[in-house]
Design a protein. Structure first.
Length: 285
């Protein structure tokens, strides 16, 4: 990937704020040929789709300048949003297949080899966004005490990663503090009193923790620090980092780092939902 970025940086007509994507499962040429429609150009469609993906926090736009900064950090691995081509069925007088494009998650680049190593998609993409503090909205689906789905809309989220170094042993703790609102109920159970809200908050915290831990496991298993934890370690302990030559050993050391995840969530509001359809009102709210 580096030779393409090198061209974009050196060419005087290319903007450093240009957005970069990796095409998954096909070529960029095919996306350019099939992505244009009579109504929208490919650039307009990608602009719209990346905005929608950002609303779900499963991906986000990354500029040329951001990627260059990632490559400059030799102990972290860059991530780039990826595009794939899908086929949808257009129903009318006659059904026909139409080509559409999808932005889903990230491609992870090995910073040493400068090559694509894998993808994190769907909720794993959001898990990476949790770790990089890029979750601003989205929906978390949990179950009530009867197993019926409750959709919680993310309103605010703040993430801190605190690195530690004890006698040369590096560890880290991920702290997530987020709030949400109840957006939709599928069941008939009345969830609008304290004990039920507490239960939903615990379920929400469990989902978030699983998303983060799944990405951490993938990154550590494949020796890919797309989480930027290595960068945080370096900036907090620069002297120890340099004295131990950790910048040269981090890729092999990273899989053994113990990373704890702590999530605290709060459900604030219920919008206009007062009672579930078919449910009984509770006197203990």
């Amino acid at each position: 990937v580096l030779k393409y970025l090198d061209f974009m940086i050196r060419d005087h007509e290319t903007r450093l704020a240009a957005k970069v994507f990796v095409v998954r499962g096909t070529t960029a040429e095919e996306v350019m040929e099939n992505g244009n429609t009579g109504e929208f150009f490919i650039s307009e469609r990608i602009e719209s789709i990346i905005k929608d993906a950002g609303q779900l926090s499963q991906s986000k736009e990354v500029t040329v300048l951001e990627i260059v900064n990632m490559f400059d950090c030799l102990y972290s691995d860059p991530y780039i949003p990826c595009i794939s081509i899908i086929k949808n069925v257009e129903r009318g007088e006659e059904e026909k297949d139409i080509i559409d494009i999808l932005i889903d998650g990230y491609a992870i680049i090995d910073n040493e080899e400068k090559k694509l190593k894998g993808y994190v998609r769907g909720n794993m993409g959001r898990g990476l966004n949790w770790l990089t503090n890029n979750v601003h909205s989205g929906v978390i689906v949990v179950g009530d005490s009867y197993g019926k789905e409750v959709s919680l809309e993310i309103i605010d989220a703040k993430v801190k990663i605190i690195p530690e170094n004890k006698n040369g042993v590096y560890t880290a703790t991920v702290y997530v503090d987020m709030t949400s609102n109840i957006g939709e109920l599928q069941g008939e159970e009345d969830v609008f009193f304290d004990s039920k809200i507490d239960y939903l908050e615990k379920q929400q915290e469990k989902v978030i923790k699983e998303e983060i831990e799944r990405v951490l496991a993938y990154c550590q298993q494949n020796k890919l620090d797309a989480t930027m934890i290595g960068s945080r370690m370096y900036h907090k302990f620069p002297v120890e980092w340099q004295n131990s030559n950790m910048q040269d050993k981090w890729k092999d050391y990273f899989p053994s780092v113990k990373i704890q995840v702590s999530v605290r969530s709060k459900i604030n509001r219920t919008y206009n939902i007062k009672d579930p359809v078919g449910g009984l009102k509770s006197k203990n709210r």
